[in-house]
Design a protein around this ligand. Structure first.
Ligand code: AKB
Length: 326
């Protein structure tokens, strides 16, 4: 599959943070009618519902999933439907059910209907307190302490199993925290780094649920979209890892992010009030070694903290209109 080649794509969780931007790019690349967006929500007026085919779909409903794939003639699935770390810690049973059984239904469908490819995002949440925190290697200890992380490790192993056992062409990425402006924060630990921009523009202040020193690997959404499509289109023979690739762009602490916003909104204030997200953030690395992705499929990010901040502030101010006070 490459840009312009005939393909029929199903995107699950299409109204979430990644989906809302990925669907547009896939439709631009492969044609609007070749990308079926799906989600368990039906947000009336959402651009995704207007810009091409849309189906209400719960991945836990395997019969409906198979029917949809057959009816639309899907050959490739981008499986984005998942519960993130913060919500997963509050509702661990739900996180297990959605993240594991949803993924298994997707992989079973890909195997049984002989699909061409399945793309599955993993996360830095696969790492845990015993993982080396700096420049975390591709192959290292995976002993996460969040339910979300547990499902991501098990999910990676399941993907690799389906590749080895059944030849399902599964490809995965360990996304760092993703920052974007098109959707509201969606229950992740790294989502503080989205909310902080919105509150800076609306109120000139932000109450942060991790400490000022909390350092995490992050990435701006245009790079995240570029990465998953680049991996989907990569030569399969060159891919050494079928569980998921480490992926990096830049790292910053909450205090450094606030300082980068303060360069543009001088009066911006942050109060640090760590909550249940803090232990999750503390269990994740500071920075990631992604030389595997660089070597195997030429991965290279474009944005850094400063260029991202300028782009976030510009776009959010435009989106928020009268609500933008700073
Ligand atoms: C989260 O914080 O839960 C996600 C992630 C890092 O996977 N953004």
């Amino acid at each position: 599959m490459s840009g312009g080649a005939m393909t029929k794509i199903l995107v699950t969780g299409a109204l979430g943070q990644i989906g809302s931007e990925l669907v547009n790019e896939l439709r631009r690349r492969y044609g609007r009618d070749n990308v079926l967006a799906s989600d368990i929500r039906d947000d009336v007026g959402s651009a995704i519902l207007e810009s091409g085919p849309y189906k209400h779909l719960d991945c836990l409903n395997k019969k409906e999933l198979i029917k949809t794939v057959q009816k639309f003639g899907v050959d490739t699935i981008y499986h984005l439907g998942a519960i993130l770390s913060g919500v997963g810690e509050l509702h661990p049973d739900l996180a297990w059910d959605v993240n594991m059984n949803g993924l298994k239904n997707i992989l079973d469908t890909a195997r049984d209907l002989k699909l061409t490819r399945v793309m599955v995002p993993s996360s830095i949440a696969v790492f845990g307190p015993t993982t080396p925190v700096d420049n975390t290697p591709q192959e290292t200890l995976l002993r996460p302490t969040s339910m979300y992380g547990v499902t991501k490790v098990a999910g990676e192993l399941l993907c690799e199993y389906y590749w080895i056992k059944y030849g399902v062409d599964v490809r995965g990425l360990r996304y760092p925290g993703l920052i974007s402006y098109k959707t509201p924060p969606g229950g992740g630990t790294t989502d503080y780094a989205v909310a902080i921009y919105i509150d800076a523009i609306k109120h000139g202040k932000y109450e942060c649920f991790v400490t000022e020193e909390t350092m995490l690997p992050m990435m701006y959404m245009p790079d995240a979209i570029k990465a998953i499509i680049q991996l989907a289109e990569a030569d399969g023979d060159k891919l050494r890892y079928r569980n998921a690739y480490n992926l990096a762009a830049f790292s910053f602490s909450a205090g450094e992010l606030a300082a980068s916003i303060r360069k543009h909104i001088h009066e911006f204030e942050v109060e640090y009030k760590p909550d249940y997200h803090q232990p999750i953030a503390d269990s994740w690395p500071n920075s990631i070694d992604d030389t595997g992705a660089q070597k195997d499929w030429n991965w290279k990010p474009e944005y850094d903290l400063e260029t991202m901040t300028v782009d976030m502030l510009t776009n959010l101010r435009e989106m928020l209109g009268d609500e933008a006070k700073f």
